[in-house]
Design a protein around this ligand. Structure first.
Ligand code: ZN
Length: 225
């Protein structure tokens, strides 16, 4: 059967508040839903409520797509996979962040203070660890999940396996490569600034319209300085 050609619509689900707020995005497609990122585990109840409000049910959630392996984006992925029986997709270079809860996996060596303090603040408990089901990279085709024409972009810098989802209408789900807490800009925490800047330079050559960042409000790519 042909995939019905229905334009994707996007719902922003802001989880948490202030400094700790993070976005998950629910994309409604002709085949059901694709969820981009899952918030931190403390935000599970809000996320579940928002999904229910949008009519996202087990059976209609086709894919959980993770932009990168940080705890504020993968916190509820294992839980949602159990509840919705939906596969989890992420890039293999960030897998150890999810399977071992090691947020430094694949990253440049952080200072000892960060190495000791960060895991205490932002640890992913073992029951939330997971191995993804669908490895995604630039060659991935997401037609079977209702997103024909969508592309996965490998945009390293924040983490080695950071990816973005670019829909055929120019909507870009960029994880933490770009943010818009106050103004649209390069994400404030970068592991490799040179690679991150190259990622943004590349984005400027693509047909990007609305950007849906991991933190802050959606914005138009043209607003990026
Ligand atoms: Zn984040």
């Amino acid at each position: 059967m042909e995939t019905p050609l229905v334009p994707a619509t996007v719902t922003r689900m802001m989880l948490g508040s202030g400094m700790f707020s993070v976005n998950a995005y629910l994309i409604r497609t002709g085949l059901g839903f694709v969820l981009v990122d899952t918030g931190t585990r403390g935000q599970q109840a809000t996320l579940e409520k928002r999904l229910a409000e949008e009519g996202c049910t087990p059976g209609s959630l086709r894919l959980i797509l993770i932009t990168h392996g940080d705890v504020d984006h993968i916190g509820n992925a294992a839980y949602l996979r159990r509840m919705f029986e939906a596969p989890i997709a992420m890039n293999e270079r960030d897998v150890r962040m999810a399977s071992d809860g090691d947020m430094f996996a694949g990253r440049q060596s952080p200072g000892w203070v960060a190495r000791i303090l960060l895991p205490l603040i932002a640890r992913l408990p073992e029951k939330n660890h997971f191995e993804p089901d669908v490895p995604v990279d630039e060659a991935s085709d997401l037609s079977e999940y209702g997103l024909p024409g969508a592309r996965i972009l490998s945009l390293g810098g924040h983490s080695a396996g950071s990816i973005a989802l670019l829909l055929d209408d120019g909507s870009l789900f960029c994880g933490d490569v770009l943010e818009n807490r106050k103004v649209p800009k390069l994400g404030s925490i970068m592991d490799d600034v040179v690679t991150a800047q190259a990622s943004v330079d590349r984005l400027k050559t693509l047909n990007v319209g609305t950007v849906y960042p991991g933190h802050g409000k959606p914005f138009e790519m043209a607003e990026l300085g």
